[in-house]
Design a protein around this ligand. Structure first.
Ligand SMILES: [Zn+2]
Length: 277
């Protein structure tokens, strides 16, 4: 397990919309398929394709998107479309790459997934159906027919560790693997503040009202556009019920059992936070 704090915006990444005239000697292409990346594995290490390798992977570069520079290397995003990949290239989920990419790479990967998906899903105007054109300066596409402008969609969300003293509240969903528990999370609805989302989601999922919020940090890098971590405390003896398939109030002392924290950055964060508490 890594020792870094919760993932944050990449600090050594310089974003840009237009590629420079002279590209860096080495390039990195974040080739996206759904929530995964095309990578080549060598032992525990993974490698991203370089720009020069894309034709050999059978990938069209028509929708190639420049992302910016990471450690002086130019980075691109591209949707893999239906290209059939052959060894040694394969799609690996972002979540599974969490431990194999650096924090900066993971941040750019999250950005790449969002931008590549945006490029594919906004080829046509949602207002009049005409083809859109990519803006040369801003990260957006424009419709020349009806003047609508479309920016990449972001989906703000909250994730929260609900605590009562040394206890942490985790829940399991019907869509989780058996025995998998996580902290509570949810997407912000139109017109909601993050705090309102937090209160609503916790009540919907486990049927309790929470209070005493403490903001922890933001994470815009990753897997499901996860955004904010908060910490709340509960009054003693709060009844637990709600829509989650199952609930687990973990008596964790200073540490949540490792077997309950497998698999997600948010759960690992919960473990670190409980240890720190
Ligand atoms: Zn239009």
């Amino acid at each position: 397990m890594k020792s870094e704090p919760v993932k944050s915006q990449p600090v050594k990444f310089v974003p840009a919309v237009a590629a420079p005239a002279a590209l860096s000697a080495r390039t990195r292409c974040f080739v996206v398929r759904q929530l995964g990346l095309v990578v080549r594995s060598e032992g525990a290490q993974v490698f991203l394709p370089e720009l020069s390798e894309l034709p050999r992977l059978g990938l069209s570069t028509a929708d190639l998107q420049y992302l910016g520079r990471l450690h002086e290397e130019d980075c691109f995003a591209l949707d893999a479309g239906r290209a059939e990949l052959s060894a040694p290239w394969a799609v690996q989920s972002l979540r599974s790459l969490y431990d194999q990419l650096t924090e900066e790479e993971f941040g750019v990967a999250g950005r790449a997934v969002q931008i590549a998906t945006f490029a594919v899903t906004h080829r046509f105007c949602g207002g009049c159906g005409q083809p859109t054109t990519r803006d040369a300066v801003e990260r957006c596409v424009r419709c020349r027919s009806c003047d609508l402008v479309f920016y990449p969609r972001v989906s703000p969300a909250i994730i929260v560790l609900v605590r009562r003293g040394q206890e942490a509240l985790l829940a399991s969903s019907a869509r989780f693997a058996t025995g998998f528990y996580s902290t509570l999370a949810g997407f912000v609805e139109p017109g909601e503040s993050l705090e309102q989302t937090l209160v609503r989601e916790v009540f919907e999922e486990v049927g309790i009202q929470v209070e005493n919020v403490r903001y922890f940090g933001t994470d815009l890098s990753g897997v499901r556009l996860v955004a904010n971590d908060w910490e709340w405390s509960l009054g003693d003896g709060a009844p637990l019920h709600g829509n989650a398939q199952d609930l687990l109030l973990v008596i964790c002392g200073r540490r949540i059992p490792e077997n309950l924290l497998e698999g997600t950055p948010s759960a690992r964060f919960a473990g670190r936070d409980a240890e720190a508490g």
